[in-house]
Design a protein around this ligand. Structure first.
Ligand SMILES: [Mg+2]
Length: 396
């Protein structure tokens, strides 16, 4: 078993045609069809295209109107970010089960440093294979993984082996792998730099590596030239910066006038609990501990918390605890200037979110509320007691 840091410790894992693949999971009749996810309005833009649609020349960031011309029989679907977020949370969980050194780049992409995970899971190649199998099983979407000594080579490697592939670029093979690739594939080569390079007849990364740095520096500036030359030689010393899960999620409300009516204060706590719960669900966490903060008109702050063995992401549960804490406060009438609800002791909830999304516990009211609010804006749906308040506030 390897006991020291392997020469190729960096993985880049990338879900294949992520949004389009999730749409196919939601509606299996779409499998094998050219699926295009994006804004369906006149100014809409493609955000993801299945590989079948890519066969027609459809690409991300292309205007939907153009995609329709290229692929008139394509299935055009508006994005469903709740579903993508839930699948992404589960993807993150699978990666984190292999190493804490996971740096997410977007919902469907992450770097991993598995240099310290080899004792447990074998060499990086074996870890990549495990991750690919587990992601497909647990998320339902295939992923491609590049394995390399550095971040940018790992990223180029996963691009190279898509879809549903794996490519290991060994340390001694980096220059050979980079050489034939178009220079535009390097980070930091945009349109402008690309033009300058093409004037120098630099088309591939190999061409760039063969160009003396002082010549590049004259045209691109010293720093940029240095950076590109290093990349062209396979040098990239950026580390994987691990994702730090949040320690807590909270909301506070400061009132314009001090409140002293318990009923109104409890309603505010209900609203805060709902906000906290909906943040927890969006980020894929459940909380064990709920903390309530009450700042009195005298500026004394009372903080009370309660920890449960059963973590939750449901607003009604949070509120139940918070209301209990509030009612247990000493004294009678109090004038309150600020209320806060905070959830901590967070545990990941991605697997559970997916189960829900797949209808395994259907009819969850608060998730339905999330969907409604996503579509119609915050406040479009609210608990009855809040509805009651908004009615009361309306002038008669
Ligand atoms: Mg992707």
């Amino acid at each position: 078993m390897p006991d020291e840091r392997p020469p190729e410790p960096i993985l880049h894992a990338d879900l294949d045609a992520f949004y389009a693949s999730v749409e196919m999971l939601k509606d299996p009749s779409l499998a094998g069809k050219p699926v295009i996810v994006g804004g369906v309005g006149g100014r809409g833009v493609v955000s993801s295209a299945s590989y079948e649609a890519r066969g027609f020349g459809v690409r991300s960031a292309m205007p939907t109107v153009r995609a329709r011309r290229l692929c008139p029989d394509g299935v055009f679907v508006p994005p469903d970010f709740e579903a993508y977020q839930a699948h992404s949370n589960r993807f993150r969980e699978v990666l984190l089960a292999h190493t804490p050194f996971v740096e997410p780049i977007s919902l469907d992409e992450a770097f991993l440093d598995v240099g310290g995970a080899t004792m447990l899971f074998g060499e990086p190649r074996a870890i990549a294979a495990r991750i690919r199998a587990e992601v497909e099983r647990e998320v339902g979407v295939t992923c491609s993984v590049g394995v390399a000594p550095t971040k940018f080579v790992a990223k180029l490697a996963s691009d190279h082996c898509k879809p549903n592939g794996m490519l290991v670029v060994p340390a001694e093979g980096v220059l050979g792998f980079l050489e034939p690739l178009p220079v535009g594939r390097l980070w930091g080569v945009g349109e402008k730099t690309g033009e300058v390079l093409s004037r120098l007849a630099v088309r591939t990364i190999g061409d760039l590596a063969a160009t003396p740095e002082p010549i590049l520096a004259r045209l691109l500036g010293e720093q940029h030239a240095r950076h590109l030359t290093q990349l062209a030689h396979g040098v990239d010393d950026r580390h994987v910066v691990p994702y730090e899960p949040p320690k807590s999620v909270g909301h506070v409300e400061t009132f314009e006038v001090d409140l002293d009516d318990d009923e109104i204060l409890l309603r505010e706590l209900l609203a805060l609990s709902g906000k906290v719960a909906s943040r927890l669900r969006a980020d894929g966490y459940r909380a064990r501990t709920v903390t309530m903060k009450v700042r009195l008109a005298t500026f004394t702050t009372l903080t009370r918390s309660k920890t449960s063995t059963d973590p939750t992401d449901v607003g009604a549960d949070l509120y139940h605890t918070v209301a209990e804490l509030y009612r247990a406060l000493p004294g009678e009438r109090r004038r309150v200037r600020l209320l806060g609800v905070q959830a901590s002791g967070l545990v990941s909830a991605g697997a559970e979110q997916l189960a829900l999304l797949r209808g395994e516990r259907w009819g969850d009211v608060e998730r339905a509320v999330d969907r409604i609010e996503h579509r119609f804006g915050r406040g479009a749906a609210m608990p009855a007691s809040l509805l009651d308040r908004s009615r009361r506030d309306r002038p008669i």
